[in-house]
Design a protein around this ligand. Sequence first.
Ligand code: SF4
Ligand code: SF4
Ligand code: SF4
Length: 158
Amino acid sequence: MSMQLTIDFNEKYCTGCATCQIACKDKNNLNPGEFFRRVTEYEGGSYRKVGETILPDVYTYWSSDTCKHCDNPDCLAACPSCAITKNPENGIVVLHYESCTGCRRCERACPHHAIAFLSALGKAGKCDFCRDLRDQDQDPACVSACPMRVLKVQTALR
Ligand code: SF4
Ligand code: SF4
Ligand code: SF4
């Protein structure tokens, strides 16, 4: 059994404000169109006619997603340069910029669209659980920024 750090998301109280997405972009100095965390809005429903009145019967909810730090990462398997590793102590999947050639195979392999191509570097990039903050026993930027406190660092055993 090994330890796995995760960032849990409680959808119930998410307001879709995207503060987590912005904090992540700011922390990682990402250009427009580049994301390590994405907030997505889902909506549906219809309208009901009651007599002469039309009543809305609609819903909206949001998800806030980033790298899942998978048990068997497709991105890691796809990388020909061994630029992606999974830390055996905490389960975090890290992309090492110094080894990345920018071939983008990892980006195409990730089923969660969690890898961004960083145009300024010509390399791939992803969530590293804010390694520098974690080294100082602080939460990742997205977790600290969420005004609804619906993102939480959890430790699981797998
Ligand atoms: S980048 Fe994608 S495939 Fe790789 S660990 Fe994260 S979610 Fe899994
Ligand atoms: S873009 Fe970089 S990390 Fe991704 S597969 Fe290519 S060399 Fe590996
Ligand atoms: S900051 Fe929190 S409430 Fe706002 S979109 Fe992100 S997870 Fe949802």
